[in-house]
Design a protein around this ligand. Sequence first.
Ligand code: NAP
Length: 251
Amino acid sequence: MKLTGNTILVTGGTSGIGRALAEALHDRGNRVVITGRRQALLDDITGARPGLVGLQLDVDDAASLSRLSIELRERFPELNVLLANAGISRTEDMASDAWRADDAEAIVRTNILGVMRTAAAFLPLIKDKPHAAFLATSSALAFVPRADFPTYCASKAFLHSWLQSMRHQLRPIPVEVLELSPPYVQTELTGAQQARDPRAMPLDDYVAEVLRILDAGDIPRGEVLLERDFARRWAERDGRYEATFAAMNPA
Ligand SMILES: NC(=O)c1ccc[n+]([C@@H]2O[C@H](COP(=O)([O-])OP(=O)(O)OC[C@H]3O[C@@H](n4cnc5c(N)ncnc54)[C@H](OP(=O)(O)O)[C@@H]3O)[C@@H](O)[C@H]2O)c1
C-alpha cells in the first residue's frame, strides 16, 4: 500500500488504534476521513488537525452506512482506501447461570457484520481507483484465543478467514486486502485500565510498527503482523498450539 496521497476512510477513528493510525496517515500527507458514533470526539480530533474530516457512522446501522456512502461519493470521489477498524470487546462467562448471548450478539454485530457491511457500503467507491486498498483490524487473538473473550476472539478468527477470500476475489480488480492483527495495545478497548496496562504495547509504538511494515511493502499473505506475534500465528503449524493455549489460559 502506498502511504501518501491517498484518500482514506477509517471506521473506529474516534479513539485508540483507528484514531492514532488516522492521525499518523493524515500527518503523512493523506486525506483522511475518520468516523465513529461519538460526535464530540470527532469534533475534538478534527479541530486539532486541520484538514482531517470527521463524519458520524454507526456500523451497526444500515441506514447510517448508506447515508455515509452517498455523502462520500459526492464529497470524496477520489476515496481509494478503507480501514474497517471499528470493534468492541467484552468478556463472557459461559459457566455462569447469568450468562446470556447478548454480549456475543453485540460483538458479532459490530466486529463481523459491521466489517461486512462496511465493505458492502464502501467497496464500490474504491474499486476503480488507483492504489485501492481495503484494510481491516482483526487481532493476534484470531490465531489462539483467550478463553475469557470467546466471541471476541472468534470474531477476529472469522475476519482472518473472510479476508483471505476477499483478497483472492479482489485480486483481479485490483484491491489490495490487508489484515492488521494487533497484539495487546494500550487503548480503552476493554476499559480505561487497558490504556495504562504496562503489559500492553504503547499505542504510538504499535502505529509506528504498522507504518514501518506498510512502508517496507513486503507483506506476506497481506498480514500486517508484528514479529512478537509470529509464535502465536504459527503455533498450530509448529506443534505448539496446546502449549500456547495453556500459557494464555492458565487453569
Ligand atoms: N487494543 C488492543 O489491544 C487490540 C488488539 C487487537 C485488536 N484490536 C482491534 O482494534 C480495533 C480498534 O480497537 P481499539 O483498541 O482502538 O479500541 P477503542 O479505542 O475502543 O476503539 C474502538 C473504536 O470502534 C468504534 N466503534 C465501536 N462500535 C462502533 C459502531 N457500532 N459503529 C462505529 N464505530 C464503532 C469506536 O468509536 P465510537 O464509540 O465513537 O463509535 C472507537 O473509535 C478493534 O477492532 C479491536 O478489536 C485492538
